[in-house]
Write a protein that binds this ligand. Structure first.
Ligand SMILES: [Zn+2]
Ligand SMILES: [Zn+2]
Length: 864
């Protein structure tokens, strides 16, 4: 299920128009031009053996500067340079501590001699593995020289075929080569591959001017190229590679001669800096295969199934395998037509979601074990790639595994492989807590676990089920609504109801004029849309409507929203009116804390006084003591729980759950004539249908089509229109929404813009300037009476650690300074919000603020 996180992935692939690479701008031209490439002193080369963090710029290299180099500043691998001892220790050092220093020296040789010497030098001291690798590279080199033009070498760019050793790098994870050309596309080939394949480590070509090296942080050994940058030394042309997090931020190497302010990322404008990996000339690019962005996409998709697939093969299959989804329509002939269009798109999204989630498996995970409240084991570990948090949501299922070898090594589980499934209980700072569903967990083992995402088709199955029900079951929805939803012309209908004398509701704020109008009209119509711009009291209006619907006594009211947060919020408000409300939470979320725990079905089961309660609580106690019940008792326990649960649900005036939750088996055979859908513009159409096809005769949808649409992860499905909500479609079909027009949230000077931009100037202010006056706070606003300003910060975007999002360090530091200034003049930390559309910037802001801002502030809650 896609999450409804506005900061989520939907922004991650925003790409900027970037100017083409301008050769004249190139300040780092020493390599690969005019044969002045570096040569290497074999002894020095060995120390790095395959990993580089310390790159010498050969152009102005001198012996004197070599001596002044800060060597292994953390004292890890202090070794005298160029001594025989070092030659002996080179390989060992690499293996034991992974020293990241590589010194390259420019001797008087020309480039080609140097390459051969480099190869030979490597052979002399490399570990066996590397020896094999180096030897094979050498061989290829020879083959290439002999049979030039006959066949492209292994290191040819898999996208375009360019194979100049200075222009290509190897993706270590996929073991494929790509060039640094961005011909026709929005990033260089290597960067595009890394991002699309979600890889992060690269190695330079053995015959490249810098030699066969894996790029990594000098200080910590981190190999994520999206985090790596370099600092040029002042005195000589040597650079050190340092990662942005944590080493640059921690000020590692500051004590030495390195000026951290000079740090620059290795990737700029989605290409490697040209001094590191040369950009092929225009001529070379013209001669190469002209691959398009679409072909790249196809090729990457194909590699997920078959790592050796070629573009030719992909293109050949393309004709038949390419099923474009039929685009959504505004009107449909009938329920079958509707199902025929939507069902394939929902399936497409489901398949894509499954593929993406299942790709997230991770090995070598370290786990800390704890015991949860329910005596279940809780495993905590880091999962996901950096700031992305793996798109996990609380309640998701993960499978934790231990292979035979690790189990034997620790003597656990009788030396057998172990695996157990759990539900995500919470996530914080990239750490996931998983409540295990099995009681036997190898809690004595901490390292060497694998984690897999257990993809559930439940939400998609329920959408498909609803589409089918809508098509085949006449009783699932009133005739009027059926035709309305299909876009047919229908005679307007008014419901015969007796309107309440008073529209305001117990324990909720009085309704303003536009809220009153909305409530009054909604109660008399079978289908209503309410558009609520931010701060206009959508929840109060919804709760008031639900209150009056429940008073009509025509059955239970079903209240849904796509997100759990919205459902909880509404549940609370409806509860405040005095109605009997039950919140039905998914079983996987029963362990999750929420503000409405006491209203949740699973909690109410334990408190309701019914004849079954006594026996039920006995069994529950027994289960808590023993951890597990014997199968007979377990079956009885479940049966009782189901029976009591049904009683609780039947006794309610209102049932609240997510749209998908309405398809819960516990609601089987329940009928709801009146359905209210909150946040309706953020739900997929088929998602909304789940609560609707339970006998709906009166439907109220609340939302704001001027805000975010539903999140669709599959681009093809999104393009075919799956991002269009039912609410939006009805508006396009001419259904006029009731607009809530008075906003209570913003200072009037802030509401002016959205009002004019999105709501034709109709948004009124329910608060005065005085009520939102900033005068308590002496912040230097440019116009003292208008608490707002725009701040333009120039500073380059950098790719985030995942390569799929962006961050801007100078913007983050300006944000921190403004927040700190606000805190200093007395604004509470909880009242400051920072919003960014980029996941990468969000993660960076949190880190940066926690590090730099006042310690008293709680920065975690701040970035949304
Ligand atoms: Zn290429
Ligand atoms: Zn580092």
């Amino acid at each position: 299920m896609a999450t409804h996180d506005p900061g989520g992935q939907q922004y991650d692939f925003l790409e900027f128009e970037t100017p083409g690479y301008d050769e004249e701008d190139d300040a780092y031209t020493p390599f690969g031009r005019g044969g002045d490439g570096g040569t290497y002193e074999p002894g020095a080369r060995k120390e790095g053996t395959g990993a580089a963090a310390f790159l010498g710029l050969p152009q102005e290299w001198t012996a004197a500067s070599a001596a002044s180099l800060p060597r292994a500043p953390l004292g890890k691998q202090e070794q005298p340079r160029g001594s025989g001892k070092e030659e002996e220790n080179g390989g060992l050092g690499h293996v034991t501590a992974g020293i990241k220093a590589l010194h390259l020296q420019n001797d008087a040789h020309n480039g080609h001699d140097a390459e051969e010497e480099d190869g030979a030098g490597s052979l002399g001291s490399s570990s066996d593995e590397e020896l094999g690798e180096d030897a094979s590279h050498l061989q290829e080199h020879e083959e290439e020289e002999e049979g030039e033009g006959l066949d492209t070498p292994e290191y040819a760019c898999r996208y375009c075929g360019i194979h100049d050793p200075a222009c290509v790098v190897r993706c270590v994870e996929s073991n494929k080569w790509f060039c640094n050309s961005r011909w026709n596309t929005t990033g260089s080939h290597i960067i595009q591959h890394l991002v699309k394949a979600r890889n992060k480590t690269v190695a330079l070509h053995p015959q490249s001017p810098l030699g066969d090296t894996v790029l990594e942080c000098y200080n910590c050994g981190c190999r994520n190229v999206f985090l790596l940058g370099f600092i040029p030394a002042k005195s000589d042309s040597v650079v050190v590679l340092l990662c942005r997090e944590p080493c640059l931020s921690n000020g590692a190497l500051k004590d030495l001669d390195w000026d951290l302010a000079q740090w620059m990322p290795l990737i700029e404008d989605r290409a490697f800096l040209p001094w590191l990996v040369r950009v092929p000339s225009e001529q070379e690019q013209l001669r190469a295969r002209q691959i398009t962005a679409g072909q790249i996409q196809k090729l990457e998709e194909a590699w997920k199934e078959n790592a050796e697939a070629t573009l030719e093969e992909v293109e050949r299959q393309g004709g038949e395998g390419e099923e474009e989804g039929v685009a959504v329509l505004l009107k449909y002939e009938d329920g079958y037509h509707y199902q025929n269009v939507l069902a394939p798109l929902v399936k497409m999204e489901a398949d894509y979601d499954k593929k993406m989630k299942e790709q997230q498996s991770q090995d070598g995970v370290s786990v800390t074990w704890d015991e949860g409240l329910s005596k279940r084991k809780v495993a905590s570990f880091r999962f996901g790639r950096g700031e992305e948090e793996a798109g996990l949501t609380v309640g998701d299922e993960l499978r934790l595994k231990l292979d035979v070898l690790t189990a034997r090594m620790h003597g656990v589980n009788g030396g057998q492989a172990w695996e157990g499934v759990g539900n995500v209980l919470r996530m914080a700072d990239g750490e996931v807590s998983l409540e295990m569903r099995v009681s036997h967990c190898p809690t004595e083992v901490r390292d060497g676990f694998s984690v897999e995402f257990v993809w559930k088709s439940t939400s998609f199955d329920r959408m498909q089920g609803a589409l089918k029900t809508f098509a085949v079951d006449d009783a699932s929805i009133s005739g009027y609504l059926y035709h309305k939803l299909l876009g047919h012309e229908v005679e307007p209908q008014t419901l015969r109801v007796s309107l309440p004398k008073r529209f305001s509701v117990p324990h909720l704020p009085d309704l303003n004029h536009s809220q009153f109008q909305a409530v009054k009209s909604v109660l008399q119509k079978p289908l209503s849309l309410i558009q609520g711009p931010p701060g206009t009291g959508k929840t109060v209006t919804s709760a008031s409507i639900v209150y009056h619907l429940a008073q009509q006594g025509v059955g239970q009211v079903l209240v849904v929203a796509p997100s759990n947060v919205a459902v909880d919020h509404l549940t609370e408000k409806i509860h405040a009116t005095g109605l009997k409300v039950v919140r039905l939470a998914a079983k996987s979320r029963e362990g999750v804390d929420s503000s409405v725990d006491h209203l949740c079905l699973h909690t109410m089961i334990t408190t309701l006084a019914t004849p079954e309660q006594e026996e039920l609580s006995k069994l529950r106690q027994l289960k808590a003591e023993l951890g597990e019940l014997v199968p007979q008792d377990e079956a009885k326990f479940r049966k009782l729980k189901t029976a009591v649960g049904r009683e609780v649900l039947k006794a309610a005036d209102v049932i609240c759950c997510t749209c998908v939750g309405a398809g819960d088996p516990r609601l089987k055979n329940f009928r709801f004539r009146q359905v209210l859908i909150d946040e309706a513009t953020q739900a997929m159409e088929a998602e909304c249908l789940i609560p609707i096809v339970m006998g709906c005769k009166q439907l109220i949808m609340v939302g704001d089509h001027c805000q975010l649409p539903p999140v669709i992860t599959c681009k093809k499905a999104a393009k075919a229109g799956l991002t269009q909500s039912l609410f939006e479609r009805l508006i396009i079909l001419g259904h006029r929404p009731h607009r809530l027009q008075v906003q209570y949230r913003m200072h009037p000077c802030l509401s002016a813009f959205p009002s004019n931009m999105f709501y034709e100037g109709t948004l009124q202010n329910g608060i005065t300037e005085d009520e939102r006056s900033p005068d308590r706070v002496s912040f230097p606003w440019p116009t003292p009476t208008k608490p707002m300003f725009f701040w333009i910060q120039t500073g380059a975007e950098e790719l985030s650690s995942s390569g799929t999002s962006y961050l801007n360090r100078s913007e983050a530091s300006a944000t921190e300074r403004i927040c700190t200034a606000l805190l200093k003049v007395g604004v509470e930390a909880g009242k400051i919000g920072v919003i960014t559309p980029y996941q990468g910037q969000r993660a960076h802001l949190i880190l940066h603020m926690a590090r730099t801002g006042p310690a008293s502030a709680s920065w975690r809650t701040l970035a949304g």
